[in-house]
Design a protein around this ligand. Structure first.
Ligand code: SF4
Length: 210
């Protein structure tokens, strides 16, 4: 049975790509960018192991209650460290009519030229790839969903091609959730001042891109 090592799932979010999305942060990242705001996702042995079929069932359930669900977003951690498994998941959700947005700390050319079967498969299943590591000195929040100027949008299918000309009109946003047990979680893009405020409020789990 195929599995994915995950850090976190947010079943419905509007700040991790176009429209309403099911976001899955994988666990494990070998890239280790200086200034990464999710270092707890680096450990290749951390997180939780989930069956792909269970995740597909969960996505089907979200789609049942929220038919406006656009697709899934794969981020991390480093999705290409579990590329084959994520390509299996991506193919199944595309069969449900959903789109796939994938983030990677590797740049597009490195992925394309890797010759790695799993990397090729995940690329084939991805509609929109957002590539490149987070580089602190190039920090920039002027474009949606990404935090540094080197990172790029690669429209690999026609699914979101029309967004290419209007990206700058899409705002970066942060979603903050207050849970019944008093914990606070957040995802999306944050300014340093937002993070300082969140930390004052007791925020610990990150999954936030600065
Ligand atoms: S920013 Fe992304 S690619 Fe870079 S270390 Fe953090 S999780 Fe890995």
């Amino acid at each position: 049975m195929s599995t994915i090592r995950i850090s976190r799932i947010v079943k419905e979010t509007k700040v991790e790509g176009p429209g309403l999305r099911y976001a899955l942060w994988v666990q494990g990242c070998p890239i280790r960018c200086e200034g990464c705001f999710n270092p707890h996702t680096w450990d290749m042995n951390g997180g939780e192991i989930r069956n792909i079929d269970d995740i597909v069932c969960e996505i089907e359930a979200v789609l049942g209650t929220s038919p406006e669900l656009e697709g899934i977003t794969l981020l991390g951690g480093e999705p290409f460290s579990q590329a084959y498994e994520l390509s299996v998941l991506a193919r199944k959700v595309k069969g449900m009519g959903l789109s796939v947005v994938t983030f990677s700390g590797y740049d597009y050319e490195t992925i394309r030229q890797s010759g790695h079967n799993g990397w090729r498969r995940l690329l084939q299943e991805t509609d929109l790839l957002i590539d490149g590591p987070f580089i602190q000195s190039l920090h920039d929040l002027s474009r949606p969903w990404i935090g540094s100027r080197n990172q790029q949008y690669r429209f690999l299918t026609n699914r979101y091609k029309e967004l290419e000309a209007s990206l700058t009109s899409i705002d970066n946003k942060l979603e903050i959730r207050l849970h019944p047990d008093g914990t606070i979680t957040a995802n999306g893009m944050a300014r340093i001042s937002d993070l300082e405020l969140l930390r004052e409020l007791g925020y610990q789990s990150k999954e936030v891109k600065e």
